[in-house]
Design a protein around this ligand. Structure first.
Ligand SMILES: [Zn+2]
Length: 374
């Protein structure tokens, strides 16, 4: 996944002069390369490089790597322009593209080393609040831009570093539901009552505003939609953070395939209060936070996870009564959602993804998902 992080360069007066000089020198150099392209009717970077390199170094005073960059982007822009039957491109000295060789970015320390006509200079930059969350990502290349307000900005292309889980750590299975947004195989419940109440509040507010129908009511409605979305996103961020933290590096989080929630288990409970997108969003957050921390996200089919006894494997109708699960075979009484989470965990082990003998509950010699013909 790539993103562009916009940062504000905090150059001092002498650095500002160097950057400005470099920008203008680069643009005249690039305009020179453009001329060469048109005169020789050639846009091949490699061939044009041989025609222009010495001049770019000697006459324009560019360091070797900037000469390479100048040539490369001038050729590219001529190529695009010819393709689109456009005019001859003109570089106006407002930006320089830096590749990995001509600039080194340290996001954590907010400092960049930029190649200029006076050699490399180290400049501090400021990361706006929104982009601070991406400081752990890997910086690739960047664009130094002189904006209309006279400030230099460094647009940094960043890539998320992903860590592969060895799947040797903790395994947590998760049941997603209506009464509890989350129930985990190790016993954590995230009750949905609080979420329901807030959602209900929004629903009643919405219907009141709808019936009003005035312009200010419409404005309020739009604002509210945003607030409601942000609220749910915060809940999902909070849950996913906690789950990923609890699984830890090289851990595994097991989920049911989402269509299970839509089709089988909660068909009756499916309503306006809890649409699938919230579940999908949680899944998405888990996947990307998992990649950042080295936690694998695995999926198992949702079939029968809420009807099966996680202690003995019996699958019968009517064992689930509200939030309680009473097994008709072994008599055990369990929390229904935690029971489902345990079944999801058993399914994961039964899939043969891991050697599971040590991880199964005592007294069970084999995964019991296959018992009772299920
Ligand atoms: Zn049982």
């Amino acid at each position: 996944m790539m993103k562009t992080m916009q940062t504000v360069v905090l150059e001092d007066a002498s650095q500002k002069a160097i950057l400005e000089d470099t920008l203008s020198r680069m643009s005249s150099a690039q305009n020179f390369v453009v001329d060469v392209c048109y005169e020789s009717e050639d846009t091949n970077t490699f061939r044009v490089h041989h025609k222009t390199y010495r001049k770019l170094r000697q006459d324009f005073g560019l360091p070797s790597q900037l000469a390479v960059v100048a040539n490369k982007y001038a050729c590219a822009s001529v190529k695009t322009s010819i393709k689109r039957k456009g005019r001859k491109p003109v570089f106006s000295g407002k930006s320089i593209h830096y590749d990995a060789r001509s600039c080194t970015i340290n996001l954590e320390k907010s400092v960049v080393s930029l190649l200029t006509i006076k050699g490399r200079i180290k400049v501090k930059f400021e990361i706006p609040k929104y982009f601070k969350q991406f400081v752990g990502w890997k910086a690739k290349e960047s664009n130094l831009v002189k904006c209309r307000d006279g400030k230099f900005r460094l647009m940094v292309s960043i890539e998320r570093t992903s860590i592969k889980s060895k799947k040797t750590g903790r395994i947590i299975a998760i049941d997603r539901g209506i009464n509890n947004l989350i129930a985990t195989s190790d016993g954590w419940l995230y009750e949905s009552r609080h979420v329901w109440e807030i959602k209900q509040h929004y629903v009643s507010l919405r219907s009141r505003l709808h019936s009003k129908g005035t312009r200010s009511a419409k404005r309020h409605l739009a604002k509210m939609r945003g607030r409601e979305r942000r609220f749910m996103r915060d809940v999902n961020h909070c849950i996913s953070r906690r789950l990923i933290g609890s699984a830890g590096k090289d851990g595994v989080i097991v989920l049911e395939k989402l269509n299970g929630i839509r089709d089988a288990k909660h068909r009756h409970e499916q309503n306006w209060l809890f649409s699938n997108w919230a579940f999908y969003q949680l899944e998405h957050f888990l996947i990307y936070k998992g990649e950042e921390t080295g936690v694998a996200i695995e999926f198992v089919p949702a079939k029968d996870t809420s009807k099966t006894c996680s202690a003995c494997g019996s699958l019968r109708r009517g064992q689930r009564q509200g939030s309680a699960f009473r097994c008709k075979a072994c008599g055990v009484v369990l929390h229904a959602d935690l029971n489902a989470a345990k079944n999801i965990l058993h399914k994961y082990h039964a899939d043969g993804l891991l050697s599971t003998s040590l991880l199964l509950p005592k007294g069970l010699s084999k995964p019991f998902i296959s018992m009772d013909g299920s």
